[in-house]
Design a protein around this ligand. Sequence first.
Ligand code: HEM
Length: 240
Amino acid sequence: MRTLLWGVIPYVVLVLLAAGLAWRYRYDKFGWTTRSSQVYESKLLNIASPMFHYGILFVLVGHLVGLFVPESWTEKAGVSEHTYHLFSLYGGTAAGVLLVLGIALLLYRRRTNAPVFRATTANDKLMYLVLFAAIVLGMVAKLTHASGEGYNYRESMAPWARSLFTLQPDTDRMAGVPVMYQIHAVVGMALFALIPFTRLVHMFSAPVQYLFRPYVVYRSRDPRRVGARPERRGWEKTGS
Ligand code: HEM
């Protein structure tokens, strides 16, 4: 069972992720979208969406540091285990709370706004369930083991996660890991496997080119709009 969970499933997930993304690009290039519901409702979305996305970005950075920066490195850099624990406890929890509030608001909006709910497919519902479960289980695992020095996953889960990349999964490291952390990691892996087949696929098409493209100039045609001025004859300079 340990080999299956921590030595086989992670690779199945990686293959599903890579092959799924290639398949989606090949067969559903034009369906590669967030399927945004902003046209139905934007007031709540403008608050909930940044909360969720900043929250998940901070949590992602926390996972990358926690799982992929070895304890020996931070110690050499002069960061004691105690300092690391405090940083992870307060920083990680703050990011987690932002994320929980963000997803709770997004789900509330999706359920209570009729057009948004009508635009929600069975695929979306499954995705939200797994996403919500991964987030809540991560918080529960962390907060139920927060007393004292907390649970030091950097000596168990982190070396296991790193060993996956050497193609020699150290499944023994997962032996004594508290069950809540184990369930969290399994649900997290399930979420990774779902990415190519759901709206989450949009995370791989961050519009980086937006940073470099020229400005788009918007002008109102409505003369009554604030800031509008009478049209002048001839060409106008852009950016004025
Ligand atoms: C296989 C993948 C994953 C592994 C191995 C993993 C591992 C961990 C570990 C070890 C912690 C505890 C941190 C601590 O005790 O200080 C944690 C916390 C957490 N995880 Fe994950 N995780 C995974 C995927 C995910 C995913 C996909 C999400 C969200 C969509 C997520 C959301 C959270 C949250 C919200 C917390 C609590 C807050 C925090 O520490 O930042 N995790 N995870």
